[in-house]
Write a protein that binds this ligand. Structure first.
Ligand SMILES: Cc1ncc(COP(=O)(O)O)c(C=O)c1O
Length: 452
């Protein structure tokens, strides 16, 4: 593997060759089949493919801090590729016998991280499908009552509610990006809410909703709690969270459902979300007849408890293998990597705070940092952020932009003239394990972009 590119290197391809032979040996008792793989034609086509793929931002590199992206670990890449040779389908045990067992095991390990020993859960395409399923089950258990989400929750929730034909109430946020409990209580007084969505790690700011206070309200109002930790779930293992964040994470087992995306912080390729239900009875919502599948075993077929039908068994194989290398334990190598991302975010935050040109919007709870550029007016601050975003990209430092409402920013920024109701800020997802070590070089580039 080279310094800059995370593709499979000669050594990993040699491992793949060996384990592929090992897999093939399990089917030795079958007569061999003539197949034309057209191998001679592959290289020129794949060279054009590689050429096309060069038209990308360098997502894999520490100088990329834009979207929530990090390269899958080589163990996941290798396991996924290995599994693809038999291309299992985890819809039914019939199509994905071994990989379904691996999925059940991997999902139980994730559930155990949250303190659940008897959860119902499965993998799925990603955070959106996982949240859709959680809200679907919630709807069935709450008699179609409305869902409450914070204004900083992922936009997927209001879309899912619309798909599910349930009302979605937007609860205001405090200046620190957390759901405002007084606003939630007002909503609860105004009408019966079926489900409150608590986001542990919001997409824009990495803010942590006050689960502890939501649980207090639950005692009086009796709603369901769904935790969207698609991005932030794995930080359950981090030991360097703030006291506040640690407390919220410690209470996760009280939720009815949890979403976490192994394709965000779990080192997996895209196409790997996970939804968990504390109550195994949730399975009844998924109940259906399938005349085509479920014929080889009376054991649970994952399709019987999931919305999607065909699903990549390879995704489960990749996750299972990754969990052998990186068990979900505190103080593990995996946990240390997450802790290092938090430390990197704090370093960037401290630098911004020292700077005379930038103001961080909040102290990062996880590994997302958001900041404003200095200006008198909101429109000029937005323009400055966009200019710096472009100047940084020219230096090969790839940041993100995020537009935030005035009330989240005015306490921290130097903006005096609010000539528009929102402001565009700079944002960095400091989520790669190398980011801490690379922070001095990142700051040097940010400095150059600022001067430019
Ligand atoms: C908190 C949260 N929920 C849901 C999603 C949607 O997940 P996906 O993009 O995997 O569908 C995201 C994506 O960033 C997220 O951050």
């Amino acid at each position: 593997m080279t310094d800059t590119f995370p593709g499979l290197c000669a050594q990993s391809l040699s491992i793949l060759n060996n384990v592929n032979a090992k897999l093939a040996s399990g089917f030795d008792d079958l007569p061999s089949v003539e197949r034309s793989a057209l191998l001679d034609s592959l290289e020129p086509i794949l060279a054009s493919t590689a050429q096309e793929l060069q038209n990308n931002y360098p997502y894999h590199h520490p100088f990329y801090l834009g979207q929530m992206m990090k390269p899958p670990h080589p163990i996941a890449q290798l396991a996924y590729t290995l599994a693809m040779s038999i291309n299992p389908n985890n819809h039914a045990l019939d199509g994905g016998k071994a990989s379904s067992a691996m999925e059940k095991e991997a999902v139980q390990q994730i559930a155990a991280m949250f303190g659940w020993s008897n959860a119902l859960g499965h993998l799925c395409g990603g955070g959106t499908i996982a949240n859709l399923e959680a809200l679907w089950v919630a709807r069935e258990f709450t008699d179609n009552k409305p869902v409450a989400v914070s204004s900083q929750a992922h936009y997927t929730h209001s879309r899912c509610c619309s798909l599910l034909d349930i009302e979605c109430r937007i609860i205001e946020c405090e200046a620190n990006g957390r759901m405002d409990i007084a606003s939630l209580q007002r909503q609860l007084d105004a009408e019966e809410i079926g489900t409150v969505v608590v986001t542990l790690g919001t997409t824009a700011l990495g803010a942590i909703d006050p689960l502890e206070e939501v649980l207090e309200l639950q005692k009086s109002y009796g709603f369901r709690i769904h935790i969207d930790s698609a991005y932030g779930g794995y930080f359950k293992l981090a030991q360097n969270l703030s006291e506040y964040a640690t407390r919220q994470y410690e209470l996760m087992h009280h939720a009815d459902s949890i979403v976490i995306d192994p394709h965000k912080h779990g080192l997996q390729p895209y196409g790997c979300g996970c939804v968990l239900f504390n109550d195994p009875q949730s399975a009844k919502v998924f109940k259906h007849d399938s005349p085509y599948t479920y014929f080889s075993s009376d054991d649970l077929h994952l399709g019987e408890i999931s919305l999607e039908c065909s699903r990549a068994g390879a995704a489960a194989v990749a996750l299972w293998s990754t969990l052998q290398l990186f068990p979900l334990e505190v103080e593990s190598e995996f946990a240390k990597r997450l802790e290092s991302s938090i430390s990197a975010a704090k370093k960037l935050h401290d630098w911004l705070e020292e700077s005379s040109y930038y103001q961080p919007v909040m102290v990062p709870e996880l590994d997302i940092v958001v900041w404003t550029a200095h200006a008198e007016s909101a429109s000029k601050a937005s323009q400055n952020a966009r200019d710096i975003f472009n100047a940084a990209a020219k230096q090969n430092l790839h940041l993100a932009l995020v537009t935030l409402p005035r009330h989240l920013v005015e306490g921290s920024s130097t903006i005096k003239n609010w000539d528009q109701p929102e402001v565009t800020c700079l944002r960095a997802c400091v989520m790669k394990p190398e980011h801490l070590e690379w922070m001095p070089r990142i700051l040097e580039k940010l400095n150059q972009a600022t001067e430019a």
